[in-house]
Design a protein around this ligand. Sequence first.
Ligand code: ADP
Length: 396
Amino acid sequence: MIVLVLNCGSSSIKYQLFDMPEQKVLSKGLVERIGEVGAALEHQYEDQTHRLEGEILNHEEGIALILETLISPENGVLKNINEIKAVGHRVVHGGEAFTGSVVIDENVIRSIEEVADLAPLHNPPNLTGIRAAMHELPGVPQIACFDTAFHTTIPQVAYMYALPYELYEKFGIRRYGFHGTSHRWVARRAAEMLGKGKYDINCITCHLGNGSSIAAVKDGKSVDTSMGLTPLEGVVMGTRSGDIDPAILFYLADKGYSIADLNKLCNKQSGVLGLSGSSNDMRTLSEKAEAGDERARLALDVFSYRIKKYIGTYTAVLGRLDAVVFTGGIGENAADIRAAICGDLDQIGIGLDPALNASVSGEAKISSDSSRVAVLVIPTNEEAAIAVDTYQMSQA
Ligand code: ADP
């Protein structure tokens, strides 16, 4: 069964076409700069890449172009568009309403609209993509998979902010958490690797990419996570500050910073970019630090230190800890960062095998034989997770 997975951003659409249930990727690609100059489609199939530049005015045109390309005699992988039997959409914010993936209908669309002001940069383009796909593929089941869904098991004690309770009731201000599709995928895989049932594992999952978050998973369910109302909270990221004293913002407001300035400062100019003053890319920062750049070293140290703190906190939350899992571009590839995070954690039963850590590629256990807690590297695959949900929901 052919399943199309779509991830629609404000000016881009990422897609992957799967043959299910084998999870075989037939094609993947990206439409970028929608509605701007230099709009383009990059389409990969077999070992080839096909690039097409031209006007792509909106998401509907973008999706139409993707579908056209998927069936094109030259670069296509399908004979007929009717072969696509279901479409899975990544939706960033599901609020409290969605505890799992759902088949999209008018009620679901209304609910996604209702929480859109909690994710103003993400939910509106997600919805535009859903509407465009429904228009282009009428009658094909469309499934929404929410970044927040896995975290809806977080108990109230962990999701409440100590602000006046009315703000939760009036505006829904609470911790929601993100990257749920990734945390769930690697937690399930970790359970399999350790020979445990999926509701049998206690682990801390570290999704470290441009955006990073940590989750505490107890009995296979998320019980706490570092991102909050928005993806700004938690660990240090590429350009986001993560946790700061909120009074810093009042202080800067007094110095003349506007709300827009502060938003930009915390989301786009902070994190390892802000600390290093040079890059948000971990590879670049590692090279610079090696070459003696002290600010790059500081950025890497603060990044790792904050994650170590979360691991300590979540170890206390979980009681029994079976595994720490690293995933995302940094978690999967940066051995030096993993080593810095896991260094001196023998007190809580975490010890790396330096050789395994340095040589890992793909999925692996990198803890030492004496480590009580397994340390695992597990590549994330959010698209495959969405394809699996989409396949299962459209069969039901
Ligand atoms: P996104 O959150 O945008 O999906 P990724 O998960 O792709 O991001 O992660 C991007 C980050 O991963 C970048 O900071 C990049 O430097 C880092 N990264 C990718 N490959 C490596 C590598 N081989 N070594 C160190 N860092 C890496």
